[in-house]
Each structure stands twice: as structure tokens, then as C-alpha cells.
Design a protein around this ligand. Structure first.
Ligand SMILES: CC(C)(COP(=O)(O)OP(=O)(O)OC[C@H]1O[C@@H](n2cnc3c(N)ncnc32)[C@H](O)[C@@H]1OP(=O)(O)O)[C@@H](O)C(=O)NCCC(=O)NCCS
Length: 313
């Protein structure tokens, strides 16, 4: 069985493997302007600073790291750190980068930083997607920022506010009364990419369907499910059928087809417990890119749409 990824602070004994992973990133020419391979001794110097560095391990095997370093010497910038994240080539795309970066965010918050910043090559899709998933904002693009192997490269500047400074944590009071609607807003944005598959193999639609089913002990009717997924009845039925086929839901007993409800199975319940936190994180991430006023406008628009739909029925 594959071991789950766990994040922990980096130790001096990790220096060799961190260097090896970083050097793969250097060789790939997708992540950094650096071209000089690093040694364990170079990495020990990083570890000898107050800037948090974490590793992600599967069992005892370190497969990735995320590190912070100095942004600027000026006192006014003391709460800002540069960061980077690297995963061993053989393990990329399996969730280690996310675990490493999420761990680094927590470590940097604990260390009192208020912001993480970095610059990413515009072509580095994996990295841009990872950053966006974890609430980083793309500030803009530096054109011809530097040369790598004689070629000019453009970079995207990314930033993420931390702790109380982060919009998702510091939701202003005007938004408090709308928490359900705010979640609907996040759902609305997630559902625009409804066939995206999560790390548990479910599409966005299936995740939200499972959530809707699992949260109703007596099950859910197809109309209600369709409304939760912003789908028509037959599309919602198809999503429900896929959950039934996967053993995550079942059709409850009912006198006729129309009054039939879809009920969560024990396996579905277990899967829901796993995806719940990811859904919350995705919501925070989605919402963090909006300011409070836009959130209010968006939630009001959604409420108005929901009212219009009820009236039309
Ligand atoms: C960028 C990097 C750290 C991401 O780590 P990872 O373990 O591969 O990524 P994860 O599996 O945790 O995936 C995190 C997100 O990135 C996206 N991602 C991962 N691999 C991807 C790929 N090949 N194409 C597009 N997106 C990808 C995933 O879609 C995921 O988002 P999702 O949850 O919506 O699916 C890793 O690919 C890497 O080390 N690359 C080389 C070094 C680098 O570019 N570092 C960043 C610059 S500092």
C-alpha cells in the first residue's frame, strides 16, 4: 500500500535528499534560474537560518520539500518570505507538493510571517495550479526577468497573505451572515469545472453530490440533488448513478421511482469524511481571491437567482 504524505520540519540529516530533489528541479529548467547543482553542505546553510523549511515524507522516505528564505533585508519587510517547493521527479502529481506547501504555509504562519512571495516561470503550469489551489494570488508578470541557458524568461509573481492577514481568515463582518451563501458562491465557481477529478478519483460534481447525500441521513431526492449541483434532473441522476456504481451511495427503498431517495453507504460516508476538508480548503482558496465587497455582491446575485428559480417553479 502507498504511504500517505506527511509534512514535518526539515532536519540537518535531510540535507542530502533535499539537495538531490532541488538538483532535479534545476536540471528540469522549469522551476528556477539557478543552474549550479547544490550540495548537502549548501542546504545545511539554509537550515541554519530562522526561515522555516519543511519536508514531505512517505513513511521514512523524503520525497519533497518547501522552503522559505529572505525576501529583503529592510525592516519593513521582516514578515515577508520568499518560498519554493520541489518534489522528487518520480513522485510528482500525487499530492506531495500540496502537502509540502500547505505545511510550509502553517510553519510560516507560526513563525510570524505575514506573507509568502515567489516568482514562477509562466510555463510552469503544475506550479501555477498548485499555488492557485493553495490560495496564492497571481500579482502580474515580469517580462524578460532573466535569462536561462541564454533565453529570456517571463515570470509570474505570486503572493499569499498568511494567518489573520489572509482574507479567508479575516472575513469581514459584512460577510458573516452569509456563510451558507458564501459557500454556495464557492460551489458555483468549483462547479464551472465540474469534470475536474479530485485526488480520491471523484469529479467535482460527484464530490458535491456525495456531500449532499452524506449530509442528509434520510437521503436526498433527485430534485433536491439536481438543485444542489445546478444540473437538470437527468444529469443529476447520472451523477447519482455513478456514485451508486462506485458503492458510495444506494437507492433507498420507496413505493415508486419518483419518491425514491439516494442514501449514502458506509463506504460513501468514509469517502465523504476524506473529501470534506479538501472541499473546505478549496472553498477558502476560491474565496480568498475576492475582496469582501465582491463576495457580498456575488452572494446577493446567487440569492436572487435562487429566488427567481423558486418563483418560476
Ligand atoms: C510544482 C510541484 C512542486 C507540484 O508538486 P506535485 O506533488 O507534483 O503536485 P500535487 O500532486 O501536489 O498537485 C497539486 C496541484 O498541482 C497540479 N498538478 C500536479 N501535476 C500537474 C501536471 N502535470 N499538470 C498540471 N497540473 C498539475 C494538480 O492538478 C494539483 O491540483 P489539483 O488538486 O487541482 O489536481 C512539482 O511538480 C515539482 O516539484 N515541480 C518541479 C519544481 C517546481 O516547478 N517547483 C515550483 C517552483 S518553486
Amino acid at each position: 500500500m502507498t504511504q500517505p504524505f506527511k509534512c514535518r520540519p526539515a532536519r540537518s540529516s535531510d540535507a542530502g535528499v533535499i539537495a538531490a530533489i532541488y538538483n532535479e528541479g534545476i536540471d528540469d529548467r522549469i522551476a528556477t534560474f539557478e543552474t549550479r547543482p547544490r550540495t548537502a553542505a549548501d542546504i545545511r546553510k539554509w537550515l541554519d537560518t530562522p526561515f522555516p523549511i519543511v519536508v514531505v515524507a512517505a513513511g521514512r522516505r523524503v520525497v519533497g520539500f518547501a522552503s522559505t528564505s529572505s525576501y529583503r533585508d529592510r525592516e519593513c519587510y521582516r514578515g515577508i518570505a520568499e518560498f519554493s517547493v520541489y518534489v522528487a521527479r518520480a513522485v510528482r502529481g500525487r499530492g506531495a507538493g500540496r502537502v509540502a506547501l500547505a505545511g510550509l504555509i502553517t510553519a510560516a504562519e507560526r513563525a510570524g510571517f505575514w506573507k509568502l512571495v515567489s516568482r514562477i516561470f509562466v510555463e510552469n503550469e503544475q506550479s501555477r495550479r498548485l499555488m492557485s489551489r493553495l490560495g496564492f494570488r497571481e500579482v502580474g508578470i515580469y517580462r524578460r526577468h532573466g535569462q536561462l541557458d541564454g533565453q529570456w524568461r517571463d515570470v509570474v509573481i505570486v503572493e499569499r497573505l498568511l494567518g489573520d492577514h489572509h482574507p479567508a481568515h479575516a472575513e469581514p463582518p459584512s460577510v458573516d451572515g452569509f456563510s451558507n451563501q458564501v459557500a454556495s458562491l464557492a460551489r458555483f465557481f468549483q462547479l464551472r469545472d465540474r469534470e475536474r477529478v479530485c485526488r480520491y478519483g471523484l469529479t467535482v460534481s460527484e464530490c458535491y453530490a456525495l456531500e449532499a447525500i452524506a449530509e442528509r441521513p434520510a437521503g436526498i431526492g433527485i430534485n433536491e440533488l439536481a438543485a444542489a449541483l445546478s444540473l437538470n434532473k437527468s444529469s443529476a441522476s447520472r451523477v447519482a448513478d455513478r456514485l451508486v456504481t462506485a458503492g458510495l451511495a444506494r437507492h433507498g427503498a420507496a413505493p415508486d421511482r419518483r419518491s425514491r431517495r439516494i442514501v449514502v453507504t458506509r463506504r460513501g460516508d468514509a469517502r465523504h469524511s476524506k473529501i470534506k476538508n479538501d472541499i473546505l480548503t478549496e472553498h477558502r482558496t476560491t474565496l480568498s481571491s475576492f475582496d469582501a465587497q465582491s463576495l457580498q455582491h456575488g452572494t446577493r446575485a446567487l440569492e436572487a437567482l435562487a429566488r427567481a428559480r423558486v418563483t418560476k417553479r
